[in-house]
Every structure is written in C-alpha cells, then in structure tokens.
Design a protein around this ligand. Sequence first.
Ligand code: NAD
Length: 484
Amino acid sequence: MAQEFQNYIGGQWLDAQSGERLEWHDPATGELLHTFPRSGKADVDAAVAAAREAFETSDWRLSPEKRITALKKFAARLREREGELRTMLIRESGKLFPVARSEVTTSVESAEHYAGLINWVYGRANEPSPESISILLREPLGVVGQITPWNLPLALFTRPLAPGLAAGCAVVAKPAEQGSGVAALVAQIISEIEEIPAGIFNLVTGLGEEAGDALARHEDVDMINFTGGTDTGRLIMQAAATNLKKVALELGGKSPNIIFADADFERAVKNALNAAAFWNAGQVCTAGSRLLVEASAHDQLVDRLRTMVPALKIGPTTERVAVGPVISQEQLDRVLSYVELGKQEAQLVAGGGGRLTEGPLGKGFFVEPTVFDRVNPNSRLAQEEIFGPVLSVIPFADIEEAVKIANNTRYGLVAAVWTNDINKALMVAKKVRAGTVWINTFGKLFHSMEFGGMKQSGLGRHYGLEGLLEFTELKHIHIQLSGE
Ligand code: NAD
C-alpha cells in the first residue's frame, strides 16, 4: 500500500489546494512507494505567510536557549529514527546502506554542530566618535526558502535547515520531488518538537518549475538557499530578482582528481574509484569525474582501471555492493547518452555496456560503471556534469598543464591532488580554482569547515561558522551619548 504524504504548513498537515498528487516509485524495483502533494503557488503563498507570521510574532528569533534545546532535540530524534530514515533513503533513492547511514549521521551532526554554535552569532561594538557608541548586531535574515536536490535528499535537506533554524530564521522547504518521502519524515520529527513554534518550519512538496519557482519568486521571502544544478541556479537567481532577495547557491561540478607519478599509487587509484567517481553511483556534486594523471604513470593507471572497474559489484543495497542504481529513467537515459558520446570522442577502458538487463537488476536503473581514456579536455565528456558512474581519464605532462586542465571548466567546486611532494601539492592547491582542495584524500567534509563553490559552482558557503552567518544580516545601531 503506497504511503500518502502531506505538506506541513503553519503546524498543520495539508494536501495541495488543487488536490493534485505526484507518485514516486522505488528505483531498484519500479514499485509504487508513495504519493505526495503537487503544490502550486497558493500552497507556497500559505507556507510563506505562516513562516512570516511565526518569524514576526513568536519568540523563536529572540530565544537562543530555546533554539539550542530545539536543535539538540532535533539531532536526538533524527538519531532515534535512524532506521526509519535509512529505510526510506534506501527505498526512495536506491541508496546503498553506507550512503544512507552517512546521510543520517551527517544530519544528526549538523543539528548538533549548529546547536553548539548558536551562542557564537554575535556582532561587535565600536566607538566611531568621542561621544558615541556603535553596536553592530547580527540578526536572523527572516523567511528563508530552501530548495534541495535528490542525490543526497536527507543530508542536503538538513544542511541548510540546521543553520537556518539555528540563526533564528523561519524556513519554507521545497525538497526534490524524488526525495519528498524523507523530507516528510523530517517534517514529522520537527512537528513533535514543542520548542519549534508552528510556522517556523514548513514543508511544501511539488515540482521545481511550479512550487520551487513560486518560492524563489516570492516577494515576502528574504533568502533562497538553493542546492542543485547550475542551470537551475541561474533560473533561481533570475526569479529571486523580483524582490532582490539574498541568494545562496550550491551548484554542480566537474571536479579534477589529479594524480602525480610520485603519489601513493594504490591508495590514489582506489580512492579515484570508490570515493571520487562511483560513490553514490557518481550522483554527487563533488564527484571526481575528471581523473588527471601524469603522463609517466598513465599506462599503469589505465591497466589498473581495466581490471578494477569490471570487478566492482553492482546491485541493490541488500547485498555488499560498490555501485547502486541511478535514481530514475530520466537519469539513466542521460548517463547512457554520455556513454554513447564517449565511445565516439574517446577510448573505452571499461564498462560501456549500458543498462543492466539480466535478472533482478533488470527491474532497476542499474548502469555499468564506465571509464574513458584520453578524453579531450575541451570535449563535452570533459566539460559537462554527467551525474552518473562515468569517469574520464586525461593525461598531463607537468604541473602547469595539470593546473590548466583542472581550471578549464565553468565549475569550481572541489579538486584533489595526489603526490608525496608537499611543495607540489600546495602549489597546485593554490592555483586550482575550487572551493575545497584535498591533498592525498578525496571527499572529506567537516561540519566545522566551510564548503562551497567558486565560478559557476556556487555562491556562499555551507558548514562552519560562515555557514551560519549566511542566515544572518548586520544591523548598525548608533548611540549619541552627549553633544552633537
Ligand atoms: P535540479 O537543479 O534539477 O533540482 C534541484 C531542486 O531545484 C529540486 O528541488 C527541483 O525541484 C528544484 N527546481 C528545478 N527547477 C526549478 C525552478 N525552475 N525553480 C525553482 N526550483 C527548481 O538538480 P537535481 O537534478 O535535483 O540535482 C543534481 C544537481 O545538483 C547536480 O548538478 C549537482 O551537482 C547539484 N548538487 C550540488 C551540490 C552542492 O553542494 N554544490 C550538492 C548536491 C547536488
């Protein structure tokens, strides 16, 4: 029996005003899992009105102690319901068990981290003239609309939510249509936390071009915090121009993973596959989808990939596997179109067989992990975000060429460099335009360390203190003590 989810607006569970619903099917089996409201402008208007009312009239923004208690409870209840959240992630998004577990863990940690930082949001005082004092206050921004993607539907839903609530904002959340079930579970958890006043958190499910656009365009929303594709980010920015609301964007990537010949070769290659290219079936903004290798190590690397990639176990999360299904038919078609393109543009090293059709895997969206070699750095394969298990190998001659190729995209989200020469590593790290650069590792993120993109990978930062300050605004209060 398919579950039926609802919107959560002003403390009430509601259907879309139109009565319309959307369906979601398990990507590993095709089975109908649940339905959820197809919200439109009227539902978004109601949610924003509830958020504004709660922000202006409740004591939420003025009570740091209450917010600390609320966020600690949020973390504890996410942990208590870990099994339920994990099962939803596995069924709704085809997640492998470790990925689902890490999404819950990171959400718990995010709420705990920002509960601990709430008392660190403060301004400063100054004496700008002999007979006056100025106070600079940091206030919550107001009503925040958050729009999030499907690839890590829990972790990326709680990533802006925890600091937004911690800062004292009211939130209207529009999750990805493919991740609406897990978002509804989060809404249930929040609805049971008595310290969070009705209207401070609101959930509105639906399509991006309908509910998402209405939220981004809304004249009474103070900030849009968006995570998703770069082209959608551009639309969000245009829609946000209606009332010049603040925009924070976490967008796509085509990240370089650079291996020098003097690196710890085995560790670098294992990471290149498991952490960088094929983690979450390649559906991650930080995917190291361009593997840059120093020419003298190129043949050795390609030989290893030729044996390691076909040995990766593919399957649903019920088994010990390395690569799960992609999210949907649409995503499968997209990945396969790039595999076909790769066969024309570059040399196939491994995979390339397309959708798996044998046995039980035939029911899901399973695709063979695929590696192409000698990919032209200017080709579509090297320039466009595929968001699937497709890796492009690109050889380089020296540091200058590695940096040039690394920077030769519109993106600048993350990069990694593998070498045992620290000078070389730091030289590359300084020259690569990316928000995060890893040395001799890949994919390590910390709640205490800022994350975000350069160039067309984004605007603003999540995580760390900066990730909390994003949800605040500065106010200068000037006091004249005597005279003029
Ligand atoms: P998407 O841009 O298609 O959708 C993201 C969200 O935006 C969804 O909730 C969707 O409903 C909504 N949306 C779509 N069109 C909209 C519109 N016109 N107006 C308002 N909202 C709209 O992205 P996706 O396919 O869900 O996710 C994949 C993309 O997200 C990839 O490009 C990936 O790199 C990026 N991403 C970035 C990060 C990061 O932290 N930088 C993290 C995860 C994913």
